[in-house]
Design a protein around this ligand. Structure first.
Ligand code: PRX
Length: 637
C-alpha cells in the first residue's frame, strides 16, 4: 500500500524527510510496488541538460502494479464505475478482474495489429471504459499512448498523430455529450487524409451513427477483440521507458508532446492520489475531468487504479439533462471524493440553488479543484453548499508537465484558506524568483514559481524536441524548472497561484496558447494579422479576446467576419478555443521594431487603460486610442 499521511505532525515529518534525503524518501514509497528488477539508482539528474531519471535500471510493468499486485484482494471490487451521458441508459461497472481481462484482450488485439514496445497509439475516444482499457492495453505491451481530447478538430488531431508518428488510431463511431453527438470517426477520417503513418483504425461502437469503414484500414473494436485471450503476459519495461505522450499548449503555436516515463509517474501519481484525496479502501472517487487531459490520465486512470480505488468515469456534461447532474451522480454512487474544475463550480453556482437543495450529498468527504485559480465566491459556495461545511477543499496546483499534484492541502490535516493551494506536498521544493531569477525568500512575496529539485512525476522531454524542452522549462532561470505561473506566498508560507505569466491562457480550465489561436485566426483569408489575449470572465475564468486586423470586409459585414473567424478557429483547433470577443481594429500596437505590445492589449481587455505604462516606443500611438474607443468591454481611461 502507498503510505498515507495521518496528521499535521506526520506531514511536517514527511516533508522534512523528503528534503534531507529525497532519494530514500522516494525509494521507500517505490518499494511498495512490484518491480521485476530493482533499480540501480534512485535518482540521477541535472537541470541543465536537462536529464532526470528515476529508478533507473528498474524493470516493471505498470499494469502488473494495477492488476496482479491487487487482484488477490480486490478482484471482485469495482475498478471503474461508469455513468453514461444519458441517465436513462444502464450504467456499467467493471471489477478489477473484468477490467484486467478486457485490458489483456485488447493488448492481444494490439499485438495482432503488429503494435509493439515503443510504438505510438493515438486514442481519440469518448469517455467510455474502453478508453481506459485502450490506455492500459498499450501499457501492458509497452506501447506508448497519445490520448487526444475528443473535442479537438481534425486538423489538431492530424498534427498530433503526425508528430507522434502513430501507427494505430483508436476511436469510436461518435461520442455523446449532453444533447450533442460528436462524429468522432468522421473527424478521424478527415484527419487521416493528411497522415501517412497510420496503418489501422479500430472503431468502438457507441452511438451507432452511420460511418464509413475503409477496407483494409478500419476495423470494429468488437470484431478485433473477438476470440482474443483474456491472458496477456506483461511486457517488461524499463522505469525510464515512455508511458505516454500528452500534447499541451505553450507560448508558441505548435503544441508540445509532453513525455512521461513509467516508474516515476507510477510512484508519483499513486502517492499523490492517496494523500491528496485521503483515499481509503472502499471509497468511491469521482473526478469529472476528461481523460483527454492530464487530470484524467493521473487522477481517473493511473493514480486511482494503482491504489485499488473505485474510480467513477462520467461520460456526460454537468448541465445535462439538468444542472443537478453531478449531484445526482454523487448521490447515486455515494461518492466520497469529488474532484472538479473551478469553471464547473462557477457555472453551476450561476444556475441557482434549486438544483442542489433536494440532493443529499451526505457521502462526500473531500472536495477538490484543479486547473485554474478558484475565486473566493466559488470556493465558499462549493464549501458551504456542496460540502455542507463538512468537507475540506483541496485546491490542487499542478500541470501536464508535473505529472501529478504539487501544491495542495492534505484534507483534514492542512488547514485550508480560500483561493490558496496552501503547501507543497512532500518531495516538492518550490522557489519564488524575481524577473532576474533572484530568489525571493521572505514569506510575503510575489514572483515566478519554479521548482528547484526533481520529483518522480516530472516530464522528461518534449517528444522529438528536447531542445524545446530545455528552452521552455529550464533556460529562463538557471538550474530551476520554471512553471510559467505567477505565485504569491503569504505570511503563513501558503502559496496562491496567480495565473500564467507567459502567453498561455486558461479558458474553462483548458490551457490554450494565444499564438495557437492567432495562427488559426490568421489562416482566415480576410485577416491580415491578429493578437489574442485573455480577459477576466465570470464563468470561464479567462475568456478569449481577439484583436483582428482585416484587409477588407466580406459581404457579411463585421458580424459575418466575426462568425467566420470563430468557425475557422473551431475547424483548426476545436470549439473550446473559439474567441469570446473579436474586435476588428485598424492596426495593432507595435514597437518600432515591429513587435506587438501585448501588455497594452491585455490591459485594455482587462478594462483598465488608466495606466498603460510607457507607450512612447510605439510606432503609432493613435492606434491605441482607436482600439480603446472600439473596445468590447468597458475600459477605464
Ligand atoms: O496556470 C496553472 C493552472 O493550469 C496550468 C496547467 O494546465 P494543464 O497543464 O492543462 O494542467 C491542468 C490540470 C493539472 C498551470 O500552469 N492551474 C492548475 N491548477 C491550478 C492552476 N491555477 C490555479 N490554481 C490551481 N489549483
Amino acid at each position: 500500500m502507498v503510505p498515507k499521511i495521518h496528521s499535521l505532525g506526520g506531514y511536517i515529518h514527511e516533508y522534512q524527510k523528503s528534503l534531507t534525503n529525497p532519494e530514500s524518501f522516494w525509494a521507500e514509497i517505490a518499494e511498495g510496488f512490484h518491480w521485476t528488477k530493482r533499480w540501480n539508482n534512485v535518482l540521477e539528474w541535472d537541470f541543465e541538460g536537462p536529464s532526470v531519471q528515476w529508478f533507473s535500471g528498474g524493470k516493471l510493468n505498470i499494469t502488473e502494479n494495477i492488476f496482479e499486485r491487487n487482484l488477490y484482494t480486490l478482484g471482485n471490487q469495482p475498478a471503474i464505475i461508469w455513468e453514461p451521458n444519458n441517465p436513462e441508459e444502464p450504467n456499467r461497472t467493471l471489477t478489477y478482474t473484468e477490467l484486467y481481462h478486457e485490458v489483456n484482450k485488447f493488448a492481444n488485439t494490439l499485438k495482432r495489429l503488429k503494435v509493439g514496445k515503443g510504438d505510438r497509439v493515438a486514442i481519440y475516444m469518448p469517455m467510455v471504459p474502453e478508453l481506459t482499457v485502450a490506455m492500459l492495453a498499450c501499457a501492458r505491451i509497452g506501447a506508448i499512448h497519445s490520448v487526444v481530447f475528443a473535442g479537438f478538430s481534425a486538423a489538431s488531431l492530424a498534427d498530433r498523430i503526425n508528430d507522434a508518428e502513430a501507427k494505430v488510431v483508436l476511436t469510436a463511431d461518435g461520442g455523446f455529450r449532453g444533447e450533442k453527438i460528436t462524429p468522432l470517426k468522421n473527424i478521424v477520417d478527415e484527419a487521416l487524409e493528411s497522415c501517412t503513418c497510420v496503418e489501422t483504425v479500430v472503431v468502438y461502437q457507441r452511438t451507432k451513427a452511420k460511418i464509413n469503414m475503409l477496407e483494409g484500414r478500419d476495423i470494429w473494436w468488437h470484431d478485433a477483440v473477438a476470440g482474443q485471450s483474456t491472458e496477456c503476459p506483461a511486457e517488461e519495461t524499463d522505469s525510464e521507458d515512455v508511458l505516454f505522450i500528452l500534447y499541451t499548449s505553450g507560448s508558441t503555436g505548435k503544441p508540445k508532446g509532453i513525455v512521461h516515463t513509467i516508474g516515476g509517474y507510477m510512484v508519483y501519481t499513486a502517492y499523490t492520489f492517496r494523500n491528496v484525496f485521503q483515499y481509503n479502501a472502499g471509497d468511491v472517487y469521482f473526478c469529472t475531468a476528461d481523460i483527454g487531459w492530464i487530470t484524467g490520465h493521473s487522477y481517473i486512470v493511473y493514480g486511482p487504479l494503482l491504489n485499488g480505488a473505485q474510480t467513477l468515469m462520467f461520460e456526460g456534461v454537468p448541465t445535462w439533462p439538468n444542472p443537478g447532474r453531478f449531484w445526482d451522480v454523487v448521490d447515486k454512487y455515494q461518492v466520497n471524493q469529488f474532484y472538479t474544475a473551478p469553471t464547473a463550480i462557477r457555472s453551476l453556482l450561476s444556475l441557482g440553488m434549486e438544483h442542489i437543495i433536494d440532493k443529499k450529498l451526505s457521502s462526500l468527504k473531500v472536495l477538490g479543484t484543479v486547473g485554474e485559480p478558484i475565486n473566493e465566491e466559488a470556493w465558499h459556495w462549493y464549501h458551504d453548499h456542496i460540502g455542507r461545511n463538512r468537507c475540506p477543499i483541496v485546491d490542487t496546483w499542478w500541470q501536464t508537465e508535473t505529472g501529478g499534484v504539487m501544491i495542495s492541502p492534505i484534507p483534514g490535516i492542512i488547514p485550508t484558506k480560500p483561493s490558496f493551494a496552501t503547501l507543497p506536498l512532500p518531495g516538492i521544493q518550490p522557489i519564488i524568483v524575481d524577473a532576474e531569477g533572484k530568489e525571493l525568500s521572505d514569506h510575503s512575496v510575489k514572483g515566478n514559481l519554479c521548482i528547484r529539485f526533481p520529483w518522480p512525476g516530472i516530464a522528461r522531454t518534449i517528444w522529438g524536441d528536447h531542445a524545446r524542452f530545455r528552452e521552455t522549462y529550464f533556460s529562463t532561470f538557471k538550474n530551476l524548472y520554471f512553471t510559467g505561473d505567477g505565485v504569491q506566498r503569504d505570511e503563513d508560507g501558503y502559496y496562491r497561484i496567480l495565473g500564467r505569466v507567459d502567453d498561455v491562457i486558461n479558458v474553462s480550465g483548458h490551457r490554450l496558447g494565444t499564438a495557437e489561436i492567432e495562427n488559426a485566426i490568421n489562416a482566415h483569408p480576410l485577416v491580415n494579422e491578429s493578437a489574442v489575449v485573455g480577459y477576466p470572465h465570470p464563468i470561464k475564468g479567462q475568456g478569449i479576446y481577439a484583436f483582428v486586423v482585416c484587409g477588407e470586409l466580406s459581404t457579411g459585414g463585421e458580424e459575418g467576419i466575426r462568425k467566420s473567424i470563430k468557425m475557422a478557429v473551431s475547424n483548426l483547433i476545436g470549439p473550446f478555443a473559439r474567441p469570446d470577443l473579436i474586435q476588428l481594429v485598424p492596426g495593432l500596437p507595435k514597437t518600432r521594431s515591429g513587435k506587438i505590445m501585448r501588455r497594452i492589449l491585455r490591459k485594455i481587455a482587462e478594462g483598465d487603460a488608466s495606466n498603460l505604462g510607457d507607450i512612447t516606443t510605439l510606432l503609432d500611438e493613435e492606434v491605441v486610442v482607436k482600439i480603446i474607443d472600439g473596445a468590447l468591454v468597458e475600459v477605464k481611461r
